[in-house]
Write a protein that binds this ligand. Structure first.
Ligand SMILES: [Fe+2]
Length: 300
C-alpha cells in the first residue's frame, strides 16, 4: 500500500496522513500478535510491531515520517486513521502509536507513568499540580522534556477518546513563524543557564540547567521552554521569561488544530511549540490522551 501525504488544511507546514479502514484492516493481523502487557515488558516486541506496520506500507511509512519530522520547513505530521468501526479500539490505537514512535526512534522512559508511554485523562475536576489536566485553563505554548536529563527530539500525542468535549483544541506554533524569534533567540539572557524543576506528579527528583534557546547544526534557533518549570535566579531571568511568555501567547501565527478522536500529532520538539485551548465547561467532560516522547534513531 502507498502512503498518501497531503498538506493539512490548517498549515502547509503540517502534513496529513489519512489511513483508510481497509488499510487499518491489514494491520489487525500483526497487532494481534502483541498485547499491551508484552509491549510494555519486552522492548524488542515494539520494534517487531513497528516493522510489521512499515511492511504493510511497503517500507514507506518510516521514510515519510522521518523526512517530515526532520525537515525544518515541516516538522509536524497528523496521522488520521479512519476508526469509525469499533474493532479499532483503544488497544489498537496504543499499538499504532507505539509503531509510529518506533519507526523514528526510541521513546524516553516516562517518569509520570513509569512506562515508555503515558495515558491520562482530562476531566471536569482535577486536583493535580500541573496544567496538563486542568481542563478550563489555557495550556500555554511550550516544548516537552524541559526538566529531564534526556534529550526530547520528538513528541507524539494520540487522542484516544473524547466524551462531551467542546473546545480544548491543540495550538501549535512553528518557531520560524513566530514574530519575535530573532529578538528573543539572540538575547543574551535566552542563552544563559536556567534552572528547571518539576512538580511532584512528574516523579523527577532532580533539577536540570539549560538555556531556553539553542542553535541547531545549521545555526537555526531551537527552543526548550515551558512556563511552569523554570526557576529564575534573578530579576533579569524572571522578566525575560515573562516577556517571552507574553510574546509567544500574543503571536498571530499560532495554528489552532482540531483533532478527531483516534488521530495522532507527531512533531519535532525543537522548533514546534504546542499548547491547548481551554475546554468548554461540562461536568461530564472526558478526554483520554496517550503520549510518547523520545529521540531519533542515530543510524537513519
Ligand atoms: Fe506538552
Amino acid at each position: 500500500m502507498k502512503i498518501e501525504t497531503t498538506n493539512h488544511s490548517a498549515s502547509k507546514r503540517i502534513k496529513l496522513i489519512k489511513i483508510k479502514e481497509q488499510e487499518l484492516d491489514k494491520l489487525i493481523f500483526s497487532f494481534n500478535k502483541h498485547n499491551i502487557t508484552s509491549l510494555e515488558y519486552k522492548p524488542f516486541s515494539r520494534f517487531s510491531l513497528a516493522k510489521s506496520v512499515d511492511d504493510v506500507f511497503s517500507g514507506e511509512l518510516s521514510k515519510v515520517l522521518n523526512t517530515i519530522l526532520k525537515d525544518r520547513n515541516t516538522g509536524t505530521v497528523v496521522i488520521q486513521p479512519d476508526i469509525k468501526n469499533s474493532k479499532f479500539d483503544k488497544d489498537f490505537l496504543a499499538k499504532l502509536s507505539t509503531a509510529l514512535a518506533y519507526l523514528v526512534g526510541l521513546p524516553n522512559f516516562d517518569s509520570m507513568s513509569e512506562k515508555y508511554y503515558a495515558r491520562f485523562h482530562v476531566n471536569h475536576s482535577d486536583s493535580s499540580d500541573s496544567y496538563l489536566r486542568k481542563a478550563y485553563i489555557n495550556m500555554d505554548l511550550h516544548t516537552d522534556g524541559t526538566y529531564v536529563k534526556e534529550k526530547t527530539d520528538w513528541l507524539l500525542m494520540t487522542k484516544m477518546e473524547e466524551i462531551n468535549v467542546k473546545g480544548g483544541e491543540s495550538v501549535l506554533l512553528h518557531l520560524d513563524d513566530w514574530e519575535h524569534c530573532e529578538e528573543f533567540s539572540s538575547n543574551p539572557v535566552g542563552k544563559q543557564n536556567f534552572a528547571w524543576g518539576s512538580p511532584k506528579s512528574k516523579n523527577v527528583d532532580y533539577k536540570v540547567e539549560h538555556p531556553v534557546f539553542f542553535k541547531d547544526e545549521e545555526g537555526k534557533p531551537t527552543i526548550s521552554y515551558i512556563d511552569q518549570f523554570p526557576e529564575p535566579k534573578n530579576m533579569e531571568q524572571g522578566l525575560f521569561l515573562q516577556r517571552l511568555s507574553d510574546a509567544l501567547e500574543e503571536s498571530k501565527n499560532k495554528i489552532v488544530l482540531p483533532l478527531s478522536p483516534g488521530s495522532t500529532i507527531f512533531l519535532n520538539n525543537y522548533f514546534w511549540l504546542h499548547g491547548r485551548r481551554p475546554f468548554k465547561k461540562d461536568v461530564n467532560l472526558s478526554r483520554e490522551l496517550l503520549r510518547i516522547r523520545g529521540v531519533f534513531f542515530l543510524s537513519i
